[in-house]
Ligand binder design. Structure first.
Ligand SMILES: Cc1ncc(COP(=O)(O)O)c(C=O)c1O
Length: 391
């Protein structure tokens, strides 16, 4: 294809995206991790970030970051395996492994990079990977890049999963990977049932706890909450959401983590995170370890709001977490609802296909532990008005 025809194709595709209300643009948001963000000159209640515990702006994290900058400077300047290492990096991994009661932990530049590395290291074209249909894109990309055979099962459908596992029982190498909290639906993976099936079919179990960390299981994730963490082979998590910082992490048996350090290309061939990020992550980890009340408060508040929205007639799917979808179906309707809520003081994300399945466009409400009673009242009033306008 000549550059000119590539350009024409792209123009056509962009026009199609615009026509179907699917074109993505970066919003003009400022202070996007604060409880109130700034959008087009207005201060709006932030229901769109993943800063579930409200830690991104916490003074303890800021201090952790600035202390690390003062001691180590701004950049890591090399991959961890070369010279991009610092005492606080090792300290963070040590404390993380203790927190999860695992032999070892390692930190990645993002959760996305962690999922790529897991698949890169442990799967190849002889591997079958069982994957929930609603797993995060980084998991799908990792599987695709590894060349493994992806066997998807219907979302949270344990009968379907068992059938799939039985169909592939004679394969040499099997991995199951699942989000524990599904990022666009807020519902929970059936971890006990999944762990049983992995035992029965001798399958390596990998969990992505990106949205559960800091919130469930005294901050340690859903597997801890459900009492199955000892049955998980690799626990992947992220500092970028509930913990208010940045970076992915994987915890597990020493040999597995050591293998990842050697075989995970997104780790080997990428510059380490800067010291400020590590300082903030370490502060966040210590904070959550010493006080898990934020997560409990968040879940309580989320449960109440979900019940209220359902009582108004909104479809909140199967959520049992701090992520509350309000499923409206149609793209235009969802964008209209998002715009309407702006006029009521709320900033909410509108999520459309392909991020979610066709005809399930939705508002995604991301709750925060630092919401006040007044904030919750504002949300309630805005949705009461939305009901009048839309339902
Ligand atoms: C379930 C899940 N896993 C992994 C990631 C990637 O994490 P990060 O944003 O740190 O790259 C995300 C981010 O949205 C996610 O939702």
């Amino acid at each position: 294809m000549s550059p000119k025809s590539i350009y024409h194709c792209i123009q056509g595709e962009l026009a199609d995206l615009e026509k179907s209300a699917s074109l993505r643009t970066v919003p003009e948001v400022d202070n996007g991790a604060d409880r109130y963000l700034r959008f087009k000159g207005e201060d709006l209640l932030n229901l769109a970030s993943n800063d579930y515990l409200g830690l991104a702006g916490d003074s303890v994290l800021k201090e952790g970051a600035t202390d690390a900058v003062a001691k180590y400077g701004c950049g890591a300047a090399a991959s961890r395996l070369v010279t991009g290492n610092f005492g606080i990096y090792d300290q963070l991994e040590k404390e993380l492994a203790e927190f999860h009661n695992r032999e070892d932990s390692m930190v990645f530049s993002s959760g996305y990079a962690a999922n790529l590395a897991i698949m890169d290291a442990f799967a190849d074209k002889k591997t079958v990977v069982f994957s929930d249909k609603l797993n995060h894109a980084s998991i799908l990309d990792g599987i695709r890049m590894s060349g493994a055979r992806q066997v998807r099962y219907r979302h949270n459908d344990m009968e379907h999963l068992e059938k799939r596992m039985a169909d592939h029982a004679d394969c040499d190498s099997r991995i199951l990977i699942t989000d524990t909290i599904f990022s666009m639906d807020g519902d929970l993976a059936h971890m006990e049932h999944i762990a049983d099936l992995c035992d029965r079919y001798d399958t390596m179990l990998v969990v992505d706890e990106a949205h559960a960390e800091g919130v469930f299981g005294q901050g340690r994730g859903l597997c801890r909450e459900m009492g199955v963490s000892d049955r998980v082979d690799l626990h992947m998590g992220a500092f970028s959401k509930g913990l208010g910082s940045m970076g992915g992490a994987v915890s597990g048996r020493r040999e597995l983590v050591s293998y990842l350090r050697n075989r995970g290309r997104s780790f080997v061939f990428s510059t380490a995170l800067p010291p400020a990020v590590i300082g903030a992550s370490l502060a966040a980890l210590r904070l959550v370890r010493s006080d898990d009340s934020r997560g409990r408060r968040l879940l309580e508040m989320s449960r109440e709001l979900k019940l209220y929205l359902e009582s108004l007639g909104f479809d909140c799917g199967m959520t049992q977490s701090q992520i509350i979808p309000v499923i409206l179906g149609d793209n235009e309707r969802t964008l209209g609802a998002q715009k309407f809520l702006l006029t009521k003081g709320l900033y909410v994300a509108a999520i459309r296909p392909p991020t979610v399945p066709p005809n399930t466009a939705r508002l995604r409400l991301s709750m925060r532990a630092d919401f006040t009673r007044t904030d919750i009242d504002l949300i309630r009033m805005a949705f009461e008005a939305l009901k009048e306008e839309f339902l």
